[in-house]
Write a protein that binds this ligand. Structure first.
Ligand code: ATP
Length: 217
């Protein structure tokens, strides 16, 4: 279990906070707007009213106990930047910042944060991928040019092996696991027989996954 501080309880900050709680972590939510804080005081481990552009006010938050701080102020770039700067001054090591524009991204990157997030852009790419390959339920870029995709097995692949489903890409694409109802099956070999409705997770490069897509439709 880790502890996170999320600054800015807009839609993005709240969604991230609630998911972290759901994943078993503790979260301090921070917002300058008392209404937002009151709204989530029951759902989060702690909810604090604080203007995060004020370094002295941030100091009171005991950020040294946070494994990471997420700055989820998007629209008000000035507040986001001042808050990020204050966090740097306070020695916070792991800072993730939501950026709303290219200028915002550029300046935040100069401040040397751990990660800059563009939710709309990242979600747009995911949606385009799903539209492009409707059988892909989920899609995750994991770096090094690799992607993990979750594919629902169609009736034409019922009782067929993974080797058959992947064809000549069987050596380059790694089958990770199968979700079958409530069961999660790991340690797959290529002789594993698929069933209609299985959710198959595959890992490979974009080109490899694109190449096998027609076999899986
Ligand atoms: P959404 O996630 O809803 O799309 P957004 O990107 O539009 O949000 P904002 O509305 O600018 O982002 O900010 C999100 C939250 O951050 C708001 O609840 C706002 O009150 C809070 N916020 C803005 N400035 C500060 C600040 N200086 N200190 C603390 N919280 C702040």
């Amino acid at each position: 279990m880790a502890h996170f501080t999320v600054i800015g309880l807009g839609r993005f900050g709240v969604a991230a906070s609630l998911e972290l709680i759901h994943l078993g972590h503790t979260v301090t939510g921070v917002d300058k707007d008392s209404k937002m804080v009151e709204q989530y005081v029951e759902d989060l481990t702690q909810a604090v009213i604080c203007d995060s552009t004020d370094e002295n006010a941030l100091r009171e938050l005991d950020l040294a106990n946070s494994d990471a701080v997420l700055v989820a102020i998007g629209e008000d770039m000035q507040s986001s930047l001042l808050c990020t700067l204050a966090l740097k001054n306070l020695g916070v090591k792991e800072i993730w910042v939501k950026a709303s524009t290219k200028a915002h991204h550029t300046i935040v990157s100069k401040l040397g944060v751990s990660r800059i997030i563009h939710p709309e852009e990242e979600m747009g790419i995911r949606v385009a991928q799903s539209l492009n390959y409707p059988m892909v339920n989920n899609y995750l870029a994991i770096g090094h040019g690799l992607y993990v995709v979750e594919i629902e097995i169609k009736p034409k692949l019922h009782d067929r092996t993974i080797a058959h489903a992947l064809g000549d890409a069987r050596t380059s694409i790694t089958p990770l696991l199968v979700k079958r109802g409530q069961e999660v099956i790991t340690g797959l070999d290529t002789g594993f027989e698929l069933r209609t409705g299985d959710q198959l997770l595959l890992c490979g490069t974009r080109a490899e996954l694109k190449y096998i897509a027609p076999r899986l439709v």
